[in-house]
Write a new protein. Structure first.
Length: 329
C-alpha cells in the first residue's frame, strides 16, 4: 500500500497543472481499482475547480479521493506535506531567485547615458575606466551606486519573502567582490579583420572558375578532363596558346590585385599583404597541380546472350554404390 500511495502522490504532483491528465489511461499505473475510483472522483471535481489555483485544485482532488475511500485523511495530509517540502527544497537548492537588478543598467544610469550607448563604449575597456573618464564621475562613485542599489534589491526581496534571512546575508556578503569584479573587468574588444587575421580564401576567389575562363573551356569539358585524372596545369599545357605557367600567373595576379586593394582600403596592413601573397602563390600552385582521384568506371563484363556463366566450383558427384550407413541402436 505504501508503494501505491507513493505512486499516487507522484501522479498528483505531476498532473496538478492539468486536470485532463487524470484520464483512465493515465491512472492505469495505480492499478485497476484505483484507476476506476480516481477517474470517477476527479471528473466532477475537475469541472468545479478549473478556475482555482493549483494548490486548491490539488487539495480538492485529494479530498475527493478521501471521500471515495481511495486514501485516508492522514494520507492526504502526508501527501500535501510532502509536496510542500519538495517545493521548498526545490526553491532552496534548485531554483535561483532573481534578486539583484542588472548592474549594467544601474551603471548606465550613474554615468548618465543609455544602456545601449554604454554597451557600445565597453569593448576594450572597463566600467571603471569609463567612470574615471566621465566628468563628475569616478570608479568609487560607481561602486557606491551599485552597492546602494543592490542592497535595496536584497531588502526588497527579503521583505516580500522571496528570500530568507540566510540568503539575504549570503548575498550581502558576496556583494563587494561581485561589484568590484564587474566594475574592473576589461570587456573583450570587438574582433576586427586585423585581430582575426586575414583569410586567404577570400582573396583567392573561385580558382576553378577563373581557371576555366583562362583556358576558354566549358565547365563540362573542364570537369570531364579533371575527372579523367588530369590536373589544371596539364590541361593548360595541352590547350593551344595556354600553359601551366600562364595559368598560375593569371590566378596569382588576380589574387594579388584583391590583396593590394585591401591594403588601399586599410583592411590589411602591408605586412599582412606580403604574408598573404606568399601563401597565395603556394596555394595556387598546389591547386593547379592537384589531380582528382580517378573514378572506378570499370564494370564486370556481362555474359553473352544465351550463355550461362561457367561455375567456379564443381558439384561433387554421388558414388554409384554409396557405402551403407552404419546402423545405430
Amino acid at each position: 500500500m505504501n508503494a501505491l500511495h507513493r505512486k499516487l502522490a507522484l501522479g498528483l504532483a505531476v498532473g496538478v497543472g492539468s486536470i485532463g491528465i487524470f484520464s483512465a489511461a493515465a491512472l492505469g499505473a495505480f492499478g485497476p481499482e484505483v484507476s476506476t475510483n480516481v477517474g470517477s472522483t476527479v471528473a466532477p471535481i475537475g469541472s468545479a475547480v478549473l478556475g482555482e489555483d493549483k494548490q486548491d485544485r490539488l487539495k480538492a482532488i485529494l479530498d475527493g479521493l478521501v471521500q471515495k475511500g481511495v486514501i485516508t485523511q492522514p494520507q492526504e495530509d502526508a501527501i500535501l506535506a510532502s509536496i510542500k517540502d519538495a517545493a521548498g527544497n526545490r526553491e532552496k537548492h534548485g531554483k535561483t531567485v532573481k534578486v539583484l537588478r542588472e548592474f549594467l543598467a544601474t551603471s548606465a544610469q550613474y554615468l548618465g547615458i543609455s544602456e545601449k550607448d554604454l554597451r557600445a563604449k565597453l569593448p576594450g575597456t572597463s566600467l571603471a575606466a569609463l567612470a574615471n573618464a566621465t566628468a563628475g564621475k569616478n570608479r568609487d562613485g560607481l561602486v557606491a551606486a551599485l552597492n546602494l542599489e543592490a542592497r535595496a534589491d536584497i531588502e526588497k526581496a527579503l521583505a516580500s519573502k522571496r528570500i530568507n534571512e540566510d540568503q539575504a546575508k549570503k548575498l550581502q556578503g558576496e556583494l563587494a567582490g561581485r561589484i568590484t569584479t564587474f566594475v574592473d573587468r576589461t570587456w573583450p574588444a570587438k574582433p576586427t579583420a586585423a585581430s582575426r587575421g586575414p583569410h586567404l580564401k577570400g582573396f583567392l576567389g573561385d580558382l576553378l572558375q577563373a581557371g576555366r575562363s583562362y583556358l576558354g573551356l566549358s565547365m563540362q569539358d573542364l570537369t570531364t578532363q579533371l575527372r579523367a585524372g588530369k590536373s589544371l596545369g596539364e590541361i593548360a599545357d595541352a590547350t593551344p596558346g595556354k600553359s601551366r605557367a600562364g595559368l598560375i600567373s593569371t590566378l596569382t595576379t588576380a589574387a594579388n590585385t584583391r590583396i593590394d586593394q585591401a591594403v588601399t582600403n586599410k583592411s590589411l596592413t602591408p605586412d599582412q599583404a606580403t604574408t598573404l601573397k606568399a601563401k597565395g602563390g603556394a596555394e595556387i600552385t598546389t591547386f593547379v597541380d592537384r589531380k582528382l582521384p580517378l573514378r572506378n568506371s570499370t564494370k564486370p563484363a556481362a555474359p553473352a546472350t544465351g550463355t550461362r556463366p561457367s561455375p567456379t566450383t564443381t558439384t561433387p558427384t554421388t558414388p554409384a554404390n554409396p557405402a551403407p550407413r552404419e546402423e545405430r541402436d
